[in-house]
Design a protein around this ligand. Structure first.
Ligand SMILES: Cc1ncc(COP(=O)(O)O)c(C=O)c1O
Length: 377
């Protein structure tokens, strides 16, 4: 029986191994093991690609969000206890960052059409203490539109982005600071280069992208013990720096992103055309396909666990993103106990992610679709 792997990280890096080895070698022979040229090159490249003035490499995506929030507290734009609007349907890290920064996540249900925050439900969630929206481009799809831009402007909010899953996505609505790249649509974007992401490091890595010099400076200082220069600490900071070995790997992989995103779009189009099972809800493809980079290809099935077992029995590995949403995680059982998010719960019960890495060929996607279509309803 043919096997269809969900993801194989070593194999996804194999096409770039020579370049990656040379890049890592450069770091080792440079003798500069914290910061250095690869970091500077990475930050320049990332900022340029996003039409943004500043990019700061950091340790991971969670830290990227925490640093943005802590920096805005230092700059006086956020204060402890402020409300931050955030989708209920997200990976738990988004909520953790907000809570760990002493802020209050106000969760809003997703739309079943996009699985992203339902922008038409945001305004109802705004309180006198709301200071920001932390939008999440979940599964790689842009979660920003003219309505969100209007709300941010009318209510004088910060627009923050959890762009962990959507690097390379292009919004059809222009961002607030004249970039249309996800992660650069608002005041600050948090990036993750966790190995499974569309650009994955060979360990943990992340970045902050922003059009604001004062925020970039504060994030950079905070990530390095709060120092603005050597042995001069203006803040009580953290150690959340980007490892130069990871920067070197990311410099190689950034060059291949566009081609890999197009491959993912092609696979999504094949799945959408070929899966015809009546009980399965397919993800919608945005009118402008550039709005989605398909970090995950997520179908909804009322019999998800049975379908998953059937696929495993037929050689198709799948995954679930995410079976337990943040509001039902044990660490938040008391904090969110009174809250109900039925749309988020429904997605958690039905979501199933199919293989969509560069190792999956369009023919594989066709074969997987045929296997799904043969599943008894
Ligand atoms: C939506 C989302 N936000 C935040 C993160 C956190 O990123 P990291 O694992 O780099 O801390 C991830 C991934 O892990 C994610 O998928």
């Amino acid at each position: 029986m043919k096997r269809y792997e969900f993801l194989n990280l070593a194999a996804t890096n194999a096409p770039y191994m020579e370049e990656i080895r040379a890049a890592v070698d450069r770091v080792i022979t440079s003798g500069r093991y914290v910061g250095g040229e690869e970091n500077e090159r990475f930050e320049k490249k990332l900022a340029l690609m996003h039409g943004a003035r500043f990019a700061v490499g950091v340790s991971n995506g969670l830290d990227a969000m925490r640093l943005i929030l802590e920096a805005y507290k230092l700059l006086g734009k956020l204060s402890a206890g402020d409300d931050i609007i955030v989708p209920a349907n997200t990976y738990v890290a988004t909520i953790m960052a907000i809570i760990q920064a002493g802020l209050n996540p106000v969760m809003v249900e997703p739309s079943l059409e996009t699985l992203n925050i339902n922008t038409s439900a945001i305004e109802r969630a705004i309180t006198p203490r709301t200071r920001a929206i932390m939008t999440v481009h979940l599964y790689g799809r842009v979660a920003y539109d003219a309505e969100m831009a209007r709300i941010v402007k009318n209510h004088n909010l910060l627009l923050l982005e959890d762009n962990a899953q959507a690097i390379g996505a292009v919004s059809s609505t222009l961002g607030l600071f004249f970039s249309n790249r996800s992660g650069a649509l608002g005041d600050a974007g948090a990036f993750s280069f966790y190995p499974t992401k569309n650009i994955g490091a060979i360990g943990d890595a992340g970045a902050v992208v922003t059009p604001h010099a004062e925020l970039a400076d504060a994030v950079r200082a905070l990530s390095n013990y709060g120092s603005d220069r050597r042995y001069h600490n203006i803040y009580s900071g953290f150690n959340c720096r980007l490892d130069p070995i990871q920067a070197a790997v990311l410099n190689v992989k950034l060059d291949h992103l566009e081609q890999e995103s197009n491959r993912r779009r092609e696979l999504a189009a094949v799945y959408n055309a070929e899966i015809t099972h009546p009980a399965i809800t397919l993800p919608s493809i945005p009118a402008d396909p550039r709005e989605h980079v398909w970090h995950q290809y997520v179908i909804l099935s009322p019999e998800r666990d049975r379908l998953r077992q059937y696929l495993a029995d037929n050689g198709v590995q799948t995954d679930i993103h995410y079976a337990t949403p943040p509001h039902r995680q044990p660490c938040y059982s008391s904090r969110f106990s009174g809250l109900r998010f039925p749309v988020t719960d429904l997605i958690a019960d039905r979501a199933l992610s199919l293989p969509i890495s560069i190792l999956t060929s369009p023919d594989d996607a066709r074969e997987i679709a045929a296997i799904i279509n043969r599943c008894n309803p």
